[in-house]
Design a protein. Sequence first.
Length: 282
Amino acid sequence: MNSTEKQELQVLACKARLYALEGIFNAKSGHPGGSFSAADIYTYLYYKELNVNPAEPKMADRDRFVLSKGHCCPSLYAVLALKGFFSIEELPKLRKVGAMLQGHPDMKGTPGIDMSSGSLGQGISAACGMALAGKIDNKDYRVYTLLGDGECEEGQVWEALMFAANKNLDNLCVIIDSNGLQIDGPVEEVGGLEPLDKKLEAFGFEVFKMDGHDFDSIENAINSAKAVSGKPAAIIAKTVKGKGVSYMENQVNWHGAAPNAEQYEIGRNELLAQLAELGGAL
């Protein structure tokens, strides 16, 4: 990708973090850490990869995206709004009673959401079902799902992985947001996933790695996954929890906490400075 395209994606991802921070602050609850670590991945998927149409969110032949770690939806909502699925004015209403955007994705109430999710481990199973349906119906759409590394401690994840390999779901791409932290602490101390790449390979996946904050790396990994035939693909994305806000980065306590007014202003000003440096503006 050229430098202009990369800069445009960086601007969009920064805006997504800004809007997500605003929503979480106004809600006084939410999950900024994992939402920020995944923002660049959401941005690349919706602006460079997925065949989707905001004017027709349920288009039959669209590519599907399932956010398996559903609590990390604030920046996904921001990307969907920036893409035109719904008004940006909905974003500050996050988690409010009666608002469109709730704490976990709702496929019935939010345009652009392909699967309601929240209970960890279940989203990947839904994605497998979508991919198998595409195979049965001879459709050429692709299915992407994003999991947290902590989520991969769920047994259902591994049942789904076995299913995907058994059914040769080469239209499925599993992306793991490997930010190293979960609500209880470092993933390696809580559950111990490593060597994750070897485990995924043993379960029948072609495995790739990427820097989840570098758009060239993301593009290379996604393109490599698309080229896989006869088996599903998995991408391990190395990311920083809380990416973009200095006091949140790599801090486990920001897994599921909202900033106070002072913290919000600090974070907002940091992100606005990044946006200005990129040549963008709200």
